[in-house]
Design a protein. Structure first.
Lengths: 519, 269
């Protein structure tokens, strides 16, 4: 008990710990870090649980020379979202499904070289392009992980990519020309996978869940089965496909920015893999009775008796896809009469947009995917002979050019900082039904305020879809018990149509608690 | 008794005339102009680097500390630039604030937040907000940087009297800023000998005293007297912020490109 009291006293003493600094012949080294307890409390016990997590982070900065700096940051986590994890491992940059716990990860690790007007950064790193709040259409250089998508801070959710970044800071151009101009070139030599939850996790998207059984009416065109309704038992497995690690599969990004009068502006270009998650859903049908007959050596094909239910089984794989996109973007911010305005626009070529698996596994889509009468009869026959029949139900992610734009404004009034932002995605091509509308508009309203000499920070944020009608609400507060100990509590509310990007999670409301000690 | 030569009389007379006691009939404006003249000549500096610690004593709990480095550069025509880097505590470490002050126009301000890895232009409406939870508002920092350069048009001055601050004889001068959206009156105590500010009392538009700033531990850095300690109190909030400067350097030759978004991200190198 005395030990606990001493430990508490040490933690609660304001100057108990500071970042560790060492002056060595190899320059100045600074070590900082944190330990955190993170817990979520679901309000609906029919939803998947998420265990409490213990997280520690460590960062090391070495100023080796006025022109050279090295930086390394990593994280270790035990508990949390993984269920039935395969044990301790290091997160890699190639696998989409990584069910490991405890886990460790090198988040960033790079060398900075400051060479006069040019800054070079080489190594695993994260980027932050764009100026809007929360949703930045031009911020596409890093892939992200989606295991806890609503409560993870923006930069924490990014996966560091191995990259070379060169930024050239242009000398002053003259009085009436843009100031503070910089040109940044980024080369990401190899693609990096997004990290996606597995089916057992709390945040596996319901839009990708397939019902355990699907009932189909008798196929009208197949004589062999014309009076047999069909029941399909489903199993889905995640399967990793690594991106091709070849230099021609890499990405480049360009950004030119500066100040022009009172406007901060930037133009950007990206050519590389789609960094939003993209998955393929590939089912294969079997007729278990025919498979059993085949194994036993019974006569084939097996034909079900008329007017009985034909029991089929579908084994589907969920695999990542790596497709190239291009993005042309612009962003700017401007202050007028106390209002800070931000705007961002991006034209995306060949973007990948999510659909619902329910669309793919509908009876009409299944029958039309198998094809005409001949193909359906061939498939029925193959099943009767105990063969596996792959079914191409179409793409789970549809390809289209898009325009994404957003405008936001914030204003300080009486210590409160309200922010209103509109984001819109316009799908330019004719595509099947998506989880977003062809013109998909969402509003972000946030209200922030600090109290007690900024010891307590509060935020209420609401994301409201105009067309699909989903709502995401987050109320949170962070209290600094000391300069090193911060307690964060909050509530996440999700509501709206299941057939929408965020509404699909609408039962997953939760309260959360984070206690972090930093040094 | 030997007669003193006339030149000695002239020197003595000049010395007596320059003594503070004989300047009683000076107006507040004349005193402020004289202080400004000293600032613009023998004490002139074009850039300054400071490392300091802020300790916030709030009503709501124990003391909190912030360590920071502030770099200023005075440009031509009052176009001043300031960049502030937060060194501690860990939750704010890496945060950086850049301000470009334009005379007669709103300042331009940017904030770099390491957790977002983004530099964001922020509103000048922040002026009356607390600077990182301290008793200083952004407006206070602006005033402290600019007050000695204010003209009569910017703030009407009146000599209120004399007082003793920490054992130093001071003039008490009331300034009424022309800008209507800020303080109604600022009463400052100017050291008669060193011509440095010892105390400022800030009053709101209704004349109610809202804050008091004491400056002490004044030491010369080269020719420039510099207050190494400041204590800002806000009686209504029952809070105060102590500032202890651990290092000050003047005229180290900070380049213009130090006061840019690039530097905010690189940190105080």
């Amino acid at each position: 008990m005395r030990r606990v009291a001493l430990l508490l006293a040490a933690i609660l003493t304001p100057s108990a710990a500071r970042a560790l600094e060492y002056a060595t012949p190899m320059g100045k080294w600074t070590i900082g870090g944190y330990g955190e307890l993170y817990s979520v409390f679901r309000t609906n016990h029919n939803t998947q649980a998420q265990r409490p997590a213990g997280i520690t982070g460590l960062s090391i900065t070495g100023d080796l020379h006025p022109k050279v700096r090295v930086f390394l940051s990593g994280q270790f986590m035990a508990g949390g979202w993984p269920e039935d994890a395969k044990g301790f491992d290091l997160y890699n940059i190639s696998d989409t499904f990584q069910n490991i716990s405890p886990s460790t990860e090198v988040e960033e690790g790079y060398v900075d070289l400051f060479l006069g007007p040019v800054d070079l950064r080489l190594g695993k790193q994260k980027f932050a392009w764009g100026k809007l709040d929360t949703f930045q259409p031009t911020d596409v250089l890093n892939t992200r992980w989606y295991n806890d998508p609503f409560l993870t801070d923006e930069q924490d959710a990014k996966i560091g990519v191995p990259a070379a970044r060169a930024a050239w800071y242009v000398p002053a151009l003259g009085e009436h020309l843009p100031q503070d101009v910089s040109a940044t070139l980024v080369w990401i030599p190899v693609p990096v996978s997004t990290r996606f939850p597995v089916q057992s996790e709390r945040w596996f998207p319901p839009a990708i869940e397939v019902a355990q059984t699907i009932d189909l009416p008798p196929p009208k065109k197949v004589d062999l089965l014309e009076t047999n309704p069909i029941r399909v038992a489903n199993t889905v497995e995640e399967e990793n496909i690594k991106p091709v690690h070849a230099l021609d599969q890499g990405a480049v990004g360009l950004r030119l920015g500066g100040l022009w009068g009172p406007v901060d502006w930037a133009l950007s270009y990206y050519n590389g893999i789609e960094t939003d998650p993209v998955l393929a859903f590939s089912p294969t049908l079997v007729y278990p009775a025919a498979r059993r007959a085949k194994r036993r050596g019974d006569p084939l094909p097996v034909v079900p008796p008329p007017n009985t239910v034909l029991d089929l089984a579908a084994r589907s794989s969920l695999t990542p896809r790596f497709e190239r996109i291009q993005l042309f973007g612009a962003d700017g911010s401007y202050e007028l009469a106390g209002f800070t305005m931000r705007a961002e626009v991006a034209y995306g070529k060949d973007r990948l947009l999510p659909r619902s698996v329910q669309e793919l596994v509908s009876a009409s889509n299944i029958y039309s995917s198998i094809g005409g009468q001949k193909k359906q009869e061939d498939a029925a026959l193959a099943l009767g002979f105990g063969k596996r029949v792959p079914v191409d139900l179409g793409d789970l992610f549809a390809t289209s050019d898009t325009v994404e734009w957003g405008v936001g404004v914030d204003y300080m009034v009486g210590g409160w900082m309200p922010l209103l932002q509109v984001n819109q995605t316009i799908v330019l091509d004719d595509v099947p039904t998506l989880l977003i509308d062809d013109v998909d508009t969402q509003l972000l309203l946030a209200l922030r305020r600090a109290f007690f000499e900024e010891r307590l920070g509060t935020e209420l944020a609401v994301i409201q879809s105009v067309s699909r009608g989903y709502t995401v609400g987050i109320a949170r507060a962070a209290y600094d018990v000391t300069d090193h100990l911060r307690v964060r509590v909050g509530y996440l509310l999700l509501a709206g149509s299941r057939n929408s990007l965020y509404g699909q999670f609408h039962s997953n409301d939760e309260a959360f608690l984070r206690i972090r000690y930093s040094f | 008794m030997p007669r003193m030569p006339p030149l000695v009389w002239i020197v003595l007379l000049a010395a007596l005339l320059s003594a503070p006691a004989l300047r009683a009939e000076e107006t507040a404006r004349q005193i402020l102009d004289r202080a400004k003249q000293v600032d613009d000549t023998t004490r002139k500096w074009s850039d300054r680097s400071q490392t300091l610690t802020l300790t916030i004593h709030g009503k709501s709990g124990g003391a909190r500390e912030r360590s920071l480095q502030i770099f200023d550069k005075r440009g031509s025509d009052g176009e001043d630039k300031t960049v502030t880097f937060f060194l501690a505590p860990p939750e704010v470490k890496g945060t950086a604030f850049l301000q470009w002050s334009h005379p007669g126009k709103d300042n331009e301000q940017w904030l770099y937040l390491p957790e977002l890895k983004r530099t964001r232009r922020i509103t000048s409406q922040l002026r009356d907000q607390s600077f990182m939870g301290t008793d200083f508002s952004y407006r206070d920092l602006e005033i402290l940087a600019e007050i000695r350069g204010w003209t009569e048009a910017q703030a009407a001055s009146a000599l209120v009297g004399s007082e003793d601050v920490d054992g130093h004889a001071c003039w008490t001068i009331a300034l009424t800023p022309a800008e209507r959206d800020g303080y109604g009156k600022i009463v400052l105590s100017l050291d008669k000998e060193l011509l440095v500010l010892r105390k400022l009392i800030f009053h709101d538009a209704g004349g109610v005293m809202v804050k008091t700033l004491l400056q002490s531990d004044v030491k010369n850095v080269g020719a420039i007297p510099t207050a190494y300690r400041m204590d800002m109190q806000t009686p209504a909030k029952e809070s105060r912020t102590e500032v202890v400067i651990t290092e000050v350097k003047y005229d180290t030759g900070l380049a213009d490109d130090f006061f840019t978004e690039r530097q905010l991200q690189r940190g105080p190198r």
